[in-house]
Design a binder for this molecule. Structure first.
Ligand code: CTP
Ligand code: CA
Length: 227
C-alpha cells in the first residue's frame, strides 16, 4: 500500500487538472463523447487539494461530484476545455486526465435534426485541438511538470511511451481500459507511470490511492527530488 497523505506536500503550489469527457454537439439534443466517469481525474484534484495545493479542475460533464475546496470550471466541449485551461495558466503542474473527444462535428445543427427526408444525416468530423500537447509545448507558460494519461486497450506501455514523446509531456499515466478490466467507470485502477527514466508498474489500488501516490510523486518532483 501507498503511504499516508501529507497535508503540506503541495503547499504554495498551483495545480491544474482536467477530468471527465467532453461532449461535442451534433445538434441541440445530441452529442458525441468518450466514455469517462471523471473518477480518476477528480480524485487527483481532491488529493492535490488535500496535499495543500491551490487546485483548478477543468471538468467536462462528469459523473463524479465536484471535490471540496477546489475551483471547478465546468465545460462541455474540447474547445471550451482548451480555453479554460489556457486561462488558468500559469500553474506549477498540470495533469490531463480528461477523455477529450478527438473530433467534433464540423458544423453542428442549430435546430434538432429530424428523421425523414434524405435518410441518416452524414456527419463531417474535424479534429479537436490537443490540449495536452499544446500546453506541453507552450512557449512561455509551460508548467514545470506536465502529466498526461493514456487509456489504451492493447500494447498499453508501448503506446504510452510513444504518446509521451509525441506530446512533449514529462510523464504519462497509462492504464488498460479494456472492458474486462472493469477500470472504466469503476473505483479501482491499475496504472503504469511512464517517465524519461523508464516505466513503473504500480500495484492495483483504488482511484483515490492512485491519486494520492501520483500527488506525492508530483510533490517530490516539484521539490527537485526526482524526475
Ligand atoms: N488529450 C488532450 N486533448 C485532446 C486529446 C487528448 O488533452 N484533444 C490528452 C488526454 O487528456 C490524455 C492524453 O492527451 O492526457 C492522451 O489522450 P489519448 O486519447 O490517449 O491520446 P490521443 O493523442 O488522442 O491518441 P489516440 O486517442 O489516437 O490513442
Ligand atoms: Ca484520443
Amino acid at each position: 500500500h501507498f503511504g499516508a497523505a501529507d497535508t503540506a506536500l503541495l503547499k504554495g503550489r498551483r495545480i491544474l487538472v482536467t477530468s471527465g469527457p467532453t461532449h461535442e454537439p451534433i445538434d441541440p439534443v445530441r452529442y458525441i463523447a468518450n466514455r469517462s466517469s471523471g473518477k480518476q481525474g477528480h480524485a487527483i484534484a481532491a488529493a492535490a487539494r488535500a496535499a495543500g495545493a491551490e487546485v483548478i479542475l477543468v471538468s467536462g460533464p462528469a459523473e463524479a461530484a465536484d471535490p471540496r475546496g477546489v475551483k471547478v470550471i465546468h465545460v462541455e466541449t474540447a474547445q471550451e476545455m482548451m480555453a479554460a485551461v489556457e486561462e488558468s495558466l500559469p500553474v506549477d503542474a498540470a495533469v490531463f486526465a480528461a477523455a477529450v473527444a478527438d473530433w467534433r462535428v464540423a458544423d453542428a445543427a442549430g435546430q434538432k435534426i429530424k428523421k425523414g427526408d434524405g435518410g441518416a444525416p452524414p456527419l463531417t468530423l474535424v479534429e479537436n485541438p490537443d490540449i495536452l500537447a499544446a500546453i506541453a509545448r507552450h512557449r512561455t507558460l509551460r508548467p514545470r511538470l506536465v502529466v498526461g494519461f493514456a487509456a489504451e486497450t492493447q500494447d498499453v506501455v508501448a503506446h504510452a511511451r510513444d504518446k509521451r514523446l509525441r506530446k512533449g509531456c514529462d510523464w504519462i499515466v497509462a492504464n488498460d481500459v479494456s472492458p474486462e478490466t472493469g477500470i472504466m467507470g469503476g473505483d479501482a485502477n491499475t496504472v503504469h507511470l511512464v517517465t524519461a527514466a523508464g516505466v513503473e508498474d504500480w500495484p492495483s489500488a483504488s482511484k483515490a490511492e492512485v491519486a494520492r501516490h501520483l500527488v506525492a510523486r508530483m510533490a517530490a518532483d516539484l521539490a527537485g527530488e526526482t524526475r
